[in-house]
Design a protein. Sequence first.
Length: 486
Amino acid sequence: MEQKNVRTRFAPSPTGFMHIGNLRTALYTYIIAKKYGGKFILRIEDTDRERYVDGAIDVIYDTLRACGLNWDEGPDIGGPVGPYIQSERMGIFKQYAEELVKMGKAYYCFCTKERMDKLHEEQRAKGLTNAYDRHCRNLSPDEVKRLLDAGTPYVIRQKVPLDGTTTFHDELYGDITVPNADLDDQILLKADGMPTYNFANVVDDHLMGITHVVRGNEYLSSAPKYNLLYEAFGWDVPCYIHVEHIMRDAAHKLSKRDGDAYFGDFVEAGYYIPAILNYIALLGWAPKGENEIFTLEQLTEEFDIHGLSKSPAIFDPVKMKAINAEWLRNLPHEKFKEAALPYIRKTCRSESVNLDALVKVLQPRAELLTDIPERVDFIDELREYSTDLYFNKKMKTTPETSLEALKAALAVFEGISEADWTPENVHDTLTAEAERLGVKAGWLLLPIRAALSGKLSTPGGGVELAVILGREETIARVKKGIEKLS
Ligand code: GLU
Protein backbone atom coordinates (compact mmCIF):
# COMPACT_ATOMS: atom_id res chain seq x y z
CA MET A 1 0.00 0.00 0.00
CA GLU A 2 1.20 3.50 -0.89
CA GLN A 3 2.12 5.24 2.34
CA LYS A 4 3.64 8.56 1.29
CA ASN A 5 1.84 11.87 1.79
CA VAL A 6 -1.18 10.04 3.04
CA ARG A 7 -4.36 12.11 2.96
CA THR A 8 -7.63 10.55 4.03
CA ARG A 9 -11.07 12.06 4.31
CA PHE A 10 -14.23 11.52 6.20
CA ALA A 11 -17.02 12.73 3.95
CA PRO A 12 -20.33 12.53 5.79
CA SER A 13 -23.61 13.81 4.43
CA PRO A 14 -25.44 15.97 6.95
CA THR A 15 -28.58 13.87 6.96
CA GLY A 16 -29.15 13.36 10.67
CA PHE A 17 -27.43 11.75 13.59
CA MET A 18 -24.15 9.87 13.53
CA HIS A 19 -24.80 6.20 12.87
CA ILE A 20 -22.10 4.01 14.39
CA GLY A 21 -21.35 2.66 10.90
CA ASN A 22 -20.38 6.19 9.85
CA LEU A 23 -18.41 6.76 13.00
CA ARG A 24 -16.52 3.54 12.33
CA THR A 25 -15.64 4.82 8.85
CA ALA A 26 -14.43 8.08 10.40
CA LEU A 27 -12.37 6.13 12.93
CA TYR A 28 -10.63 3.90 10.37
CA THR A 29 -10.07 6.92 8.13
CA TYR A 30 -8.54 8.91 10.97
CA ILE A 31 -6.37 5.99 12.05
CA ILE A 32 -4.96 5.42 8.57
CA ALA A 33 -3.99 9.09 8.29
CA LYS A 34 -2.36 9.16 11.71
CA LYS A 35 -0.66 5.82 11.32
CA TYR A 36 1.22 7.03 8.28
CA GLY A 37 1.85 10.57 9.49
CA GLY A 38 -0.70 11.93 7.05
CA LYS A 39 -3.61 14.33 7.14
CA PHE A 40 -7.21 13.61 8.11
CA ILE A 41 -9.66 15.79 6.22
CA LEU A 42 -13.30 16.50 6.95
CA ARG A 43 -15.46 17.21 3.96
CA ILE A 44 -19.19 17.82 4.20
CA GLU A 45 -21.13 16.26 1.32
CA ASP A 46 -24.30 18.30 1.36
CA THR A 47 -25.27 18.31 -2.30
CA ASP A 48 -28.36 16.21 -1.76
CA ARG A 49 -30.57 19.05 -0.59
CA GLU A 50 -33.59 16.80 -0.16
CA ARG A 51 -31.88 14.79 2.55
CA TYR A 52 -30.24 17.77 4.23
CA VAL A 53 -31.07 18.09 7.92
CA ASP A 54 -30.54 21.35 9.79
CA GLY A 55 -28.13 21.00 12.68
CA ALA A 56 -26.65 17.76 11.34
CA ILE A 57 -23.30 19.41 10.61
CA ASP A 58 -23.00 20.33 14.28
CA VAL A 59 -23.72 16.74 15.24
CA ILE A 60 -20.83 15.69 12.99
CA TYR A 61 -18.46 18.23 14.54
CA ASP A 62 -19.51 17.44 18.10
CA THR A 63 -19.28 13.69 17.64
CA LEU A 64 -15.85 13.75 16.06
CA ARG A 65 -14.54 16.14 18.69
CA ALA A 66 -16.00 14.13 21.56
CA CYS A 67 -14.25 11.08 20.14
CA GLY A 68 -10.93 12.87 19.69
CA LEU A 69 -11.04 12.38 15.93
CA ASN A 70 -9.67 15.83 15.23
CA TRP A 71 -9.37 16.82 11.61
CA ASP A 72 -6.40 18.63 10.08
CA GLU A 73 -8.41 20.38 7.39
CA GLY A 74 -12.13 21.02 7.29
CA PRO A 75 -14.94 23.51 6.88
CA ASP A 76 -14.43 25.27 10.19
CA ILE A 77 -10.62 25.40 10.18
CA GLY A 78 -10.00 25.70 6.44
CA GLY A 79 -6.95 24.32 4.69
CA PRO A 80 -5.12 24.52 1.38
CA VAL A 81 -7.76 22.84 -0.79
CA GLY A 82 -11.01 24.31 0.52
CA PRO A 83 -13.81 25.05 0.64
CA TYR A 84 -14.57 21.79 2.42
CA ILE A 85 -18.33 21.99 2.06
CA GLN A 86 -19.45 20.65 -1.29
CA SER A 87 -22.35 23.07 -1.73
CA GLU A 88 -19.73 25.84 -1.76
CA ARG A 89 -17.90 24.16 -4.63
CA MET A 90 -20.67 24.24 -7.22
CA GLY A 91 -18.70 26.13 -9.85
CA ILE A 92 -15.94 23.54 -9.70
CA PHE A 93 -18.25 20.61 -10.41
CA LYS A 94 -19.99 22.37 -13.27
CA GLN A 95 -16.67 23.19 -14.87
CA TYR A 96 -15.43 19.58 -14.65
CA ALA A 97 -18.73 18.17 -15.88
CA GLU A 98 -18.62 20.45 -18.93
CA GLU A 99 -15.03 19.45 -19.54
CA LEU A 100 -16.12 15.81 -19.64
CA VAL A 101 -18.79 16.70 -22.20
CA LYS A 102 -16.11 18.31 -24.36
CA MET A 103 -13.98 15.17 -24.07
CA GLY A 104 -16.92 13.07 -25.23
CA LYS A 105 -17.15 11.25 -21.88
CA ALA A 106 -20.41 12.84 -20.80
CA TYR A 107 -23.48 14.37 -22.43
CA TYR A 108 -26.37 16.71 -21.84
CA CYS A 109 -29.67 15.02 -21.16
CA PHE A 110 -32.88 17.00 -21.55
CA CYS A 111 -35.33 14.25 -20.64
CA THR A 112 -38.18 15.58 -18.54
CA LYS A 113 -39.26 14.15 -15.23
CA GLU A 114 -42.47 12.95 -16.92
CA ARG A 115 -40.54 11.03 -19.53
CA MET A 116 -38.28 9.47 -16.90
CA ASP A 117 -41.23 8.49 -14.68
CA LYS A 118 -42.93 6.84 -17.63
CA LEU A 119 -39.75 5.03 -18.62
CA HIS A 120 -39.19 3.75 -15.09
CA GLU A 121 -42.78 2.60 -14.86
CA GLU A 122 -42.44 0.63 -18.09
CA GLN A 123 -39.21 -0.90 -16.84
CA ARG A 124 -40.81 -1.90 -13.57
CA ALA A 125 -43.74 -3.47 -15.43
CA LYS A 126 -41.26 -5.61 -17.37
CA GLY A 127 -39.46 -6.54 -14.18
CA LEU A 128 -36.36 -4.58 -15.19
CA THR A 129 -34.30 -2.39 -12.90
CA ASN A 130 -34.58 1.30 -13.55
CA ALA A 131 -31.91 2.59 -15.89
CA TYR A 132 -31.64 5.45 -18.31
CA ASP A 133 -32.35 4.39 -21.90
CA ARG A 134 -29.67 6.74 -23.29
CA HIS A 135 -32.28 8.71 -25.21
CA CYS A 136 -30.13 11.90 -25.32
CA ARG A 137 -26.79 10.19 -25.75
CA ASN A 138 -26.69 10.73 -29.50
CA LEU A 139 -28.34 14.11 -29.94
CA SER A 140 -26.58 16.12 -32.65
CA PRO A 141 -24.40 19.05 -31.50
CA ASP A 142 -26.83 21.42 -33.24
CA GLU A 143 -29.80 19.95 -31.38
CA VAL A 144 -27.96 20.23 -28.06
CA LYS A 145 -27.06 23.86 -28.80
CA ARG A 146 -30.64 24.68 -29.76
CA LEU A 147 -32.00 23.18 -26.52
CA LEU A 148 -29.39 24.88 -24.36
CA ASP A 149 -30.00 28.24 -26.04
CA ALA A 150 -33.71 27.83 -25.40
CA GLY A 151 -32.93 27.42 -21.69
CA THR A 152 -34.22 23.82 -21.56
CA PRO A 153 -33.47 22.25 -18.16
CA TYR A 154 -30.82 19.54 -18.37
CA VAL A 155 -28.66 17.15 -16.45
CA ILE A 156 -25.20 15.94 -17.46
CA ARG A 157 -24.77 12.18 -17.69
CA GLN A 158 -21.69 10.00 -17.80
CA LYS A 159 -21.15 8.34 -21.20
CA VAL A 160 -20.27 4.82 -20.12
CA PRO A 161 -18.64 2.68 -22.88
CA LEU A 162 -21.24 0.31 -24.34
CA ASP A 163 -18.95 -2.71 -24.43
CA GLY A 164 -15.73 -3.93 -22.89
CA THR A 165 -15.08 -4.19 -19.16
CA THR A 166 -13.86 -1.96 -16.35
CA THR A 167 -11.62 -3.16 -13.55
CA PHE A 168 -11.00 -1.45 -10.28
CA HIS A 169 -8.92 -2.40 -7.30
CA ASP A 170 -10.00 -2.56 -3.70
CA GLU A 171 -7.38 -3.10 -1.01
CA LEU A 172 -9.51 -5.83 0.62
CA TYR A 173 -11.42 -7.33 -2.28
CA GLY A 174 -8.64 -7.19 -4.85
CA ASP A 175 -9.43 -6.57 -8.53
CA ILE A 176 -13.06 -6.42 -9.49
CA THR A 177 -14.04 -6.47 -13.14
CA VAL A 178 -17.49 -5.65 -14.45
CA PRO A 179 -18.93 -5.57 -17.99
CA ASN A 180 -19.53 -1.96 -19.03
CA ALA A 181 -22.91 -3.02 -20.38
CA ASP A 182 -24.01 -3.41 -16.74
CA LEU A 183 -23.21 0.20 -15.89
CA ASP A 184 -25.75 2.98 -16.09
CA ASP A 185 -25.18 6.37 -17.74
CA GLN A 186 -25.46 7.93 -14.31
CA ILE A 187 -26.20 11.59 -13.69
CA LEU A 188 -23.12 13.65 -12.81
CA LEU A 189 -24.68 17.10 -12.60
CA LYS A 190 -28.31 17.46 -11.57
CA ALA A 191 -30.89 19.87 -12.96
CA ASP A 192 -30.38 22.18 -9.97
CA GLY A 193 -26.70 22.44 -10.90
CA MET A 194 -25.63 20.31 -7.94
CA PRO A 195 -23.34 17.36 -8.58
CA THR A 196 -24.43 13.87 -7.60
CA TYR A 197 -22.47 12.13 -4.89
CA ASN A 198 -20.99 9.85 -7.54
CA PHE A 199 -19.44 12.75 -9.41
CA ALA A 200 -18.56 15.09 -6.55
CA ASN A 201 -16.62 12.47 -4.62
CA VAL A 202 -14.36 11.76 -7.60
CA VAL A 203 -13.66 15.42 -8.36
CA ASP A 204 -13.12 16.33 -4.72
CA ASP A 205 -11.04 13.31 -3.81
CA HIS A 206 -8.77 14.26 -6.69
CA LEU A 207 -8.64 18.00 -6.00
CA MET A 208 -8.09 17.37 -2.30
CA GLY A 209 -5.24 14.95 -2.95
CA ILE A 210 -6.97 12.06 -1.19
CA THR A 211 -4.83 8.91 -1.20
CA HIS A 212 -7.07 6.48 0.71
CA VAL A 213 -10.85 6.20 0.62
CA VAL A 214 -12.57 4.17 3.33
CA ARG A 215 -16.30 3.77 2.88
CA GLY A 216 -19.19 1.42 3.31
CA ASN A 217 -19.39 -1.31 0.72
CA GLU A 218 -22.76 -0.06 -0.50
CA TYR A 219 -20.51 2.00 -2.81
CA LEU A 220 -18.65 -1.02 -4.14
CA SER A 221 -20.94 -1.43 -7.14
CA SER A 222 -20.47 2.20 -8.18
CA ALA A 223 -16.70 2.07 -7.99
CA PRO A 224 -16.20 1.01 -11.65
CA LYS A 225 -18.03 4.14 -12.76
CA TYR A 226 -15.68 6.23 -10.61
CA ASN A 227 -12.75 4.54 -12.27
CA LEU A 228 -14.06 5.47 -15.69
CA LEU A 229 -14.21 9.09 -14.53
CA TYR A 230 -10.67 9.00 -13.13
CA GLU A 231 -9.52 7.48 -16.40
CA ALA A 232 -11.31 10.10 -18.49
CA PHE A 233 -9.64 12.92 -16.55
CA GLY A 234 -6.30 11.10 -16.46
CA TRP A 235 -6.20 11.25 -12.64
CA ASP A 236 -4.65 8.77 -10.20
CA VAL A 237 -7.20 6.51 -8.52
CA PRO A 238 -7.00 6.51 -4.70
CA CYS A 239 -6.59 3.34 -2.71
CA TYR A 240 -10.11 2.06 -2.01
CA ILE A 241 -11.06 0.21 1.14
CA HIS A 242 -14.70 -0.80 1.23
CA VAL A 243 -15.78 -1.98 4.66
CA GLU A 244 -18.58 -4.38 5.47
CA HIS A 245 -21.90 -3.45 7.03
CA ILE A 246 -22.66 -3.67 10.70
CA MET A 247 -25.49 -6.14 11.18
CA ARG A 248 -27.96 -6.81 13.95
CA ASP A 249 -27.95 -10.48 12.96
CA ALA A 250 -27.03 -12.49 9.90
CA ALA A 251 -29.91 -11.10 7.87
CA HIS A 252 -30.52 -7.54 9.07
CA LYS A 253 -28.48 -4.38 9.00
CA LEU A 254 -28.30 -2.50 12.27
CA SER A 255 -30.78 0.32 12.05
CA LYS A 256 -32.36 2.94 14.23
CA ARG A 257 -35.32 0.66 14.70
CA ASP A 258 -33.13 -1.66 16.72
CA GLY A 259 -32.51 1.27 19.01
CA ASP A 260 -29.03 2.37 19.90
CA ALA A 261 -27.58 2.48 16.41
CA TYR A 262 -26.51 6.08 16.86
CA PHE A 263 -23.47 7.36 18.67
CA GLY A 264 -25.54 9.76 20.78
CA ASP A 265 -27.79 6.94 21.95
CA PHE A 266 -24.83 5.04 23.34
CA VAL A 267 -23.57 8.08 25.19
CA GLU A 268 -27.03 8.57 26.60
CA ALA A 269 -27.18 4.91 27.61
CA GLY A 270 -24.11 5.43 29.78
CA TYR A 271 -21.29 4.22 27.58
CA TYR A 272 -17.92 5.87 28.04
CA ILE A 273 -16.86 7.49 24.77
CA PRO A 274 -13.39 5.89 24.42
CA ALA A 275 -15.04 2.52 25.09
CA ILE A 276 -17.58 3.15 22.31
CA LEU A 277 -14.75 3.89 19.90
CA ASN A 278 -12.88 0.82 21.10
CA TYR A 279 -15.87 -1.43 20.49
CA ILE A 280 -16.75 -0.09 17.08
CA ALA A 281 -13.13 -0.43 15.97
CA LEU A 282 -13.52 -4.15 16.64
CA LEU A 283 -16.64 -4.31 14.46
CA GLY A 284 -14.98 -5.34 11.25
CA TRP A 285 -11.36 -5.33 12.37
CA ALA A 286 -9.49 -7.96 14.33
CA PRO A 287 -6.34 -7.15 16.31
CA LYS A 288 -3.47 -9.60 15.99
CA GLY A 289 -3.18 -10.54 19.65
CA GLU A 290 -5.64 -11.46 22.39
CA ASN A 291 -6.02 -7.98 23.83
CA GLU A 292 -9.11 -6.12 22.73
CA ILE A 293 -8.93 -3.04 24.91
CA PHE A 294 -7.37 -0.10 23.12
CA THR A 295 -7.17 3.64 23.46
CA LEU A 296 -7.31 5.63 20.25
CA GLU A 297 -3.51 5.92 20.29
CA GLN A 298 -3.16 2.17 20.79
CA LEU A 299 -5.64 1.50 18.01
CA THR A 300 -3.56 3.67 15.72
CA GLU A 301 -0.50 1.62 16.66
CA GLU A 302 -2.17 -1.75 16.24
CA PHE A 303 -4.38 -1.11 13.23
CA ASP A 304 -3.61 -2.90 10.03
CA ILE A 305 -5.83 -2.64 6.96
CA HIS A 306 -5.39 -6.34 6.37
CA GLY A 307 -7.03 -7.07 9.69
CA LEU A 308 -10.27 -5.69 8.24
CA SER A 309 -12.95 -8.27 7.65
CA LYS A 310 -14.68 -9.10 4.40
CA SER A 311 -17.73 -10.47 6.15
CA PRO A 312 -20.36 -8.38 7.92
CA ALA A 313 -19.80 -7.58 11.57
CA ILE A 314 -22.53 -8.58 13.97
CA PHE A 315 -23.20 -6.01 16.61
CA ASP A 316 -23.00 -7.65 20.03
CA PRO A 317 -24.50 -5.54 22.84
CA VAL A 318 -23.24 -7.94 25.54
CA LYS A 319 -19.67 -7.60 24.36
CA MET A 320 -19.98 -3.86 24.04
CA LYS A 321 -21.13 -3.64 27.63
CA ALA A 322 -18.29 -5.87 28.79
CA ILE A 323 -15.78 -3.64 27.02
CA ASN A 324 -17.35 -0.59 28.58
CA ALA A 325 -17.12 -2.15 32.04
CA GLU A 326 -13.50 -3.05 31.51
CA TRP A 327 -12.75 0.48 30.39
CA LEU A 328 -14.43 1.99 33.42
CA ARG A 329 -12.70 -0.38 35.83
CA ASN A 330 -9.29 0.35 34.36
CA LEU A 331 -9.56 4.13 34.42
CA PRO A 332 -7.34 6.05 36.82
CA HIS A 333 -9.34 7.19 39.86
CA GLU A 334 -9.48 10.84 38.78
CA LYS A 335 -10.63 9.99 35.26
CA PHE A 336 -13.36 7.72 36.54
CA LYS A 337 -14.41 10.39 39.00
CA GLU A 338 -14.68 12.93 36.21
CA ALA A 339 -16.84 10.55 34.16
CA ALA A 340 -18.99 9.43 37.12
CA LEU A 341 -19.59 12.79 38.77
CA PRO A 342 -22.39 14.04 36.50
CA TYR A 343 -24.20 10.74 37.08
CA ILE A 344 -23.62 10.81 40.85
CA ARG A 345 -25.02 14.33 40.92
CA LYS A 346 -28.26 13.24 39.30
CA THR A 347 -29.47 11.75 42.57
CA CYS A 348 -26.86 12.79 45.12
CA ARG A 349 -26.46 16.51 45.64
CA SER A 350 -25.17 16.29 49.19
CA GLU A 351 -22.18 18.54 49.86
CA SER A 352 -20.93 16.48 52.78
CA VAL A 353 -20.65 13.18 50.92
CA ASN A 354 -17.11 11.80 50.71
CA LEU A 355 -16.84 11.69 46.92
CA ASP A 356 -13.49 9.96 46.72
CA ALA A 357 -14.69 7.16 48.96
CA LEU A 358 -17.89 6.89 46.93
CA VAL A 359 -16.09 6.79 43.60
CA LYS A 360 -13.78 4.10 44.96
CA VAL A 361 -16.66 1.74 45.70
CA LEU A 362 -18.50 2.53 42.49
CA GLN A 363 -15.63 1.91 40.13
CA PRO A 364 -14.96 -1.83 40.51
CA ARG A 365 -18.56 -2.74 39.68
CA ALA A 366 -19.32 -0.04 37.14
CA GLU A 367 -20.80 -1.31 33.88
CA LEU A 368 -22.70 1.65 32.51
CA LEU A 369 -22.42 5.18 33.82
CA THR A 370 -26.20 5.35 33.84
CA ASP A 371 -26.30 2.66 36.56
CA ILE A 372 -24.77 5.14 38.98
CA PRO A 373 -27.71 7.42 39.90
CA GLU A 374 -29.74 4.49 41.22
CA ARG A 375 -26.78 3.15 43.19
CA VAL A 376 -26.22 6.39 45.06
CA ASP A 377 -29.83 7.45 45.56
CA PHE A 378 -29.78 6.65 49.30
CA ILE A 379 -27.17 9.26 50.15
CA ASP A 380 -29.20 12.45 50.11
CA GLU A 381 -32.11 10.95 51.90
CA LEU A 382 -32.79 7.71 53.71
CA ARG A 383 -36.12 6.43 52.47
CA GLU A 384 -38.57 4.32 54.44
CA TYR A 385 -37.43 0.70 54.43
CA SER A 386 -38.72 -2.59 55.73
CA THR A 387 -37.11 -4.23 58.75
CA ASP A 388 -36.87 -7.36 56.58
CA LEU A 389 -33.57 -5.85 55.51
CA TYR A 390 -32.17 -6.90 58.89
CA PHE A 391 -32.64 -10.61 58.26
CA ASN A 392 -29.57 -12.37 56.93
CA LYS A 393 -29.44 -16.15 56.92
CA LYS A 394 -25.72 -16.51 56.53
CA MET A 395 -24.79 -14.07 59.27
CA LYS A 396 -27.77 -15.20 61.36
CA THR A 397 -28.91 -11.65 61.83
CA THR A 398 -32.51 -10.75 62.67
CA PRO A 399 -34.17 -7.46 63.62
CA GLU A 400 -33.50 -8.43 67.26
CA THR A 401 -29.77 -9.11 66.87
CA SER A 402 -29.55 -6.03 64.66
CA LEU A 403 -30.87 -3.81 67.44
CA GLU A 404 -28.04 -5.03 69.62
CA ALA A 405 -25.54 -4.58 66.83
CA LEU A 406 -26.66 -1.04 66.06
CA LYS A 407 -26.44 -0.08 69.74
CA ALA A 408 -22.88 -1.35 69.85
CA ALA A 409 -22.08 0.42 66.57
CA LEU A 410 -23.50 3.69 67.86
CA ALA A 411 -21.17 3.60 70.85
CA VAL A 412 -18.24 2.85 68.55
CA PHE A 413 -19.11 5.67 66.14
CA GLU A 414 -19.63 8.20 68.88
CA GLY A 415 -16.20 7.31 70.19
CA ILE A 416 -14.50 8.23 66.90
CA SER A 417 -13.84 11.93 66.45
CA GLU A 418 -14.66 13.79 63.25
CA ALA A 419 -10.92 14.10 62.52
CA ASP A 420 -10.37 10.36 62.97
CA TRP A 421 -13.25 9.38 60.68
CA THR A 422 -11.09 7.52 58.17
CA PRO A 423 -11.73 4.16 56.45
CA GLU A 424 -8.96 2.53 58.51
CA ASN A 425 -10.21 3.82 61.85
CA VAL A 426 -13.83 3.01 61.18
CA HIS A 427 -12.87 -0.46 60.00
CA ASP A 428 -10.43 -1.23 62.80
CA THR A 429 -12.65 -0.04 65.65
CA LEU A 430 -15.64 -1.97 64.32
CA THR A 431 -13.57 -5.13 63.90
CA ALA A 432 -12.21 -4.76 67.42
CA GLU A 433 -15.75 -4.34 68.72
CA ALA A 434 -16.88 -7.52 66.93
CA GLU A 435 -13.97 -9.38 68.47
CA ARG A 436 -14.77 -8.04 71.90
CA LEU A 437 -18.38 -9.19 71.49
CA GLY A 438 -17.25 -12.55 70.15
CA VAL A 439 -19.29 -12.18 66.92
CA LYS A 440 -18.45 -12.28 63.24
CA ALA A 441 -17.75 -8.87 61.69
CA GLY A 442 -20.77 -9.32 59.40
CA TRP A 443 -23.09 -9.65 62.36
CA LEU A 444 -22.19 -6.04 63.12
CA LEU A 445 -21.66 -4.73 59.59
CA LEU A 446 -24.80 -6.00 57.86
CA PRO A 447 -27.18 -4.12 60.15
CA ILE A 448 -25.03 -1.01 59.78
CA ARG A 449 -25.28 -1.28 56.03
CA ALA A 450 -29.05 -1.67 56.21
CA ALA A 451 -29.44 1.25 58.63
CA LEU A 452 -27.24 3.54 56.54
CA SER A 453 -28.76 2.76 53.15
CA GLY A 454 -32.22 1.29 53.64
CA LYS A 455 -31.36 -0.84 50.61
CA LEU A 456 -30.52 -4.44 49.92
CA SER A 457 -27.88 -3.69 47.34
CA THR A 458 -25.36 -0.95 47.99
CA PRO A 459 -22.01 0.16 46.66
CA GLY A 460 -19.70 -1.01 49.44
CA GLY A 461 -20.47 -2.44 52.89
CA GLY A 462 -21.05 -0.89 56.32
CA VAL A 463 -17.58 0.60 56.69
CA GLU A 464 -17.54 2.15 53.22
CA LEU A 465 -21.02 3.56 53.62
CA ALA A 466 -20.10 5.13 56.98
CA VAL A 467 -17.10 6.79 55.38
CA ILE A 468 -19.10 7.96 52.36
CA LEU A 469 -21.86 9.48 54.51
CA GLY A 470 -19.57 11.03 57.11
CA ARG A 471 -19.74 10.88 60.91
CA GLU A 472 -22.76 13.04 61.59
CA GLU A 473 -25.07 11.45 59.03
CA THR A 474 -23.89 7.95 59.97
CA ILE A 475 -24.72 8.48 63.61
CA ALA A 476 -28.11 9.98 62.76
CA ARG A 477 -29.02 7.00 60.57
CA VAL A 478 -27.87 4.43 63.12
CA LYS A 479 -30.04 6.17 65.72
CA LYS A 480 -32.97 6.03 63.30
CA GLY A 481 -32.33 2.31 62.87
CA ILE A 482 -32.35 1.78 66.61
CA GLU A 483 -35.65 3.64 66.91
CA LYS A 484 -37.14 1.59 64.12
CA LEU A 485 -36.12 -1.68 65.72
CA SER A 486 -36.99 -0.74 69.30
N1 GLU B 1 -21.34 11.25 1.71
C1 GLU B 1 -21.20 9.85 1.63
C2 GLU B 1 -21.93 9.19 2.79
O1 GLU B 1 -22.16 9.86 3.79
C3 GLU B 1 -19.74 9.51 1.69
C4 GLU B 1 -19.36 8.24 1.11
C5 GLU B 1 -17.86 8.19 0.95
O2 GLU B 1 -17.19 8.18 1.98
O3 GLU B 1 -17.37 8.21 -0.17
O4 GLU B 1 -22.29 8.06 2.72
